[in-house]
Design a protein around this ligand. Structure first.
Ligand code: AMP
Ligand code: ZN
Length: 480
């Protein structure tokens, strides 16, 4: 099946054709590791993981490179306040970040390079830029000559003249043009971390790292590049300018950007101080819930962070995993359900088509929930082995492509109970009893022991828990 991806270079959906049909070369801009990541960063990370998973689901081998920015002003500043070496500080948060990624159910990237380990390649690319006439040196500082690169603006569509107009002239008067950007800057003694270079001791500017790391691990031209929409300009525009001027060939065929996760009407960001960290969220709720929320809207749409999105995610995860348990334990009978089998087969293809249509998870999920609804209805009567297998195929496809279905269904369902409690802000001494009663009630209803199930409902009511039975046989609950 052909995959269509929205390409920001052309502003349209295009059929995805990797240069080497057997290997997709994919780069995603990773985080700056100076602190715990927030759920906005998690959106970018999970979207990159979604692309990785979907491409693999459609049979591609993928070389997926996601960097860690471990050399940065904020890292140097925070390390100085802590009185430790910047590398120690950055490495500590790389480890924390990898723990968060695992909790979010992300597949490992093929390579996760850091800036500090890529210095020879960064320096060599700056040398190429100087040699090719695109880089110039002033007092130990190296700049990129933006007007010299004729294609500048092809991704972001910024017009260089309008960019130059109104920008204050560089205070030091070092740059040739206001839009020129730094490739290498001299070290300040108090920063505590620098590298030797042909231009003296210093460190790289921000943009050059991704150009150099992409080339080192994927080659001069790559298939897919991703990042948050805030990176489109200037970071990605500058990556193109650097890579194409240094390598003399196109850098990347397809540019994909995820929209922001917003808190209220503003982007969630550390500088605005309106952040919820992944760690804090997943301690009270779970990685599965966060992943579900992050993929609940299409990656190119804005996502508003609200308590309602948590409640909705909990309900949906429960429906999926209650059904997964039923599918796993369903007993096949000899019966004629050809019509139903054909319907599931159609749904399976439609789900694949939606995912292949610019990774449209919400649309694929909509179809998947119809499959679940129909299964919950039919399982009360007789179903064939073929029907069960077709439903299993749908579960497996959605599991592999989106990571939203988990093999450890019982565990995931257990986490939802804790999450509900946190959501209602209730701290009850009767937690253990509530959870045990809910489990027992589920079994009682499964064996059609309705009098016991009603007794349990009354006891739960005394403990402050309301249970609602859904028409499809599942139940949802909350604290009063
Ligand atoms: P940073 O560490 O700020 O470079 O961010 C790492 C990644 O997270 C980049 O791809 C950013 O574009 C992305 N990002 C940061 N904040 C948000 C947000 N509120 N919503 C979505 N993506 C974000
Ligand atoms: Zn980057």
């Amino acid at each position: 099946m052909e995959i269509k991806v929205f390409n920001n270079l052309t502003r349209q959906k295009e059929i995805f054709k990797p240069i080497d049909p057997n290997l997709v070369k994919f780069y995603s801009c990773g985080p700056t590791t100076y602190n715990f990541l927030h759920v906005g960063n998690a959106r970018a990370a999970v979207v990159a993981d979604l692309f990785h998973r979907c491409l693999k689901s459609f049979g591609y081998n993928v070389k997926f490179v996601r960097n860690f920015t471990d050399v940065d002003d904020k890292i140097l500043e925070t390390a100085k306040t802590r009185g430790i070496h910047p590398k120690e500080h950055a490495d500590e948060f790389i480890k924390e970040c990898l723990k968060d990624y695992e909790c979010l159910g992300m597949l490992p990237a093929t390579v996760t390079p850091t800036v500090s380990e890529s210095m020879p390649e960064i320096i060599s690319m700056i040398e190429d830029l100087i040699k090719n006439g695109y880089g110039y040196v002033v007092n130990g500082e190296v700049y990129y000559n933006v007007p010299k690169f004729k294609d500048y603006g092809k991704l972001s569509k910024v017009v260089l003249e309008s960019l130059q107009h109104g920008i204050r002239v560089d205070v030091d008067g070092q740059k040739m043009h206001p839009s020129d950007f730094v490739l290498w800057k001299p070290a300040k003694p108090e920063e505590g971390w620098s590298w030797d270079s042909p231009w003296g001791k210093g460190r790289p500017g921000w943009h050059i790292e991704c150009s150099a790391m992409a080339k080192k691990h994927l080659g001069k031209t790559i298939d897919l590049h991703h990042g948050g929409v805030d990176l489109l300009f200037p970071h990605h525009e500058n990556e193109i300018a650097q890579s194409e001027a240094a390598n003399g060939c196109p850098f990347c065929h397809n540019w994909a950007h995820n929209e922001f996760l917003n808190f209220g009407s503003e982007k969630m960001s550390k500088s605005l101080g309106n952040v919820v960290t992944i760690r804090k969220f997943t301690e009270s709720f779970s990685g599965a819930i966060l992943r579900h929320i992050l993929l609940s809207v299409h990656y190119r749409s804005k996502l508003d962070w609200t308590d309602d999105s948590i409640t909705k995610a909990i309900g949906e995860i429960e429906r999926i995993h209650d059904c997964a348990l039923l599918v796993g334990s369903a007993i096949a009978k000899t019966c004629d359900d050809k019509f139903e089998v054909e319907n599931v087969k159609k749904s399976f293809i439609q789900m694949q088509e939606e995912i292949a249509n610019d990774f449209n998870v919400p649309a694929a999920m909509g179809i998947f929930f119809q499959v679940i609804k129909e299964f919950n209805r039919l399982v009360k009567g007789e179903i064939s082995n073929e029907y069960i297998n077709e439903v299993k195929k749908c579960f497996h496809f959605m599991r592999d492509a989106t990571g939203l279905i988990h093999d450890n269904a019982q565990e995931v369902l257990g986490e939802l109970n804790t999450a509900r409690k946190h959501l209602s802000g209730t701290s009850s001494d009767n937690d253990q009893e509530v959870l045990a009663l809910l489990d027992e009630r589920k079994s009682a209803r499964a064996t059609k022991n309705f009098s016991r199930s009603d007794e349990i409902r009354s006891r739960l009511n005394e403990l402050g828990v309301i249970v609602k039975d859904n028409p499809d046989g599942t139940a949802t609950w909350s604290y009063k």
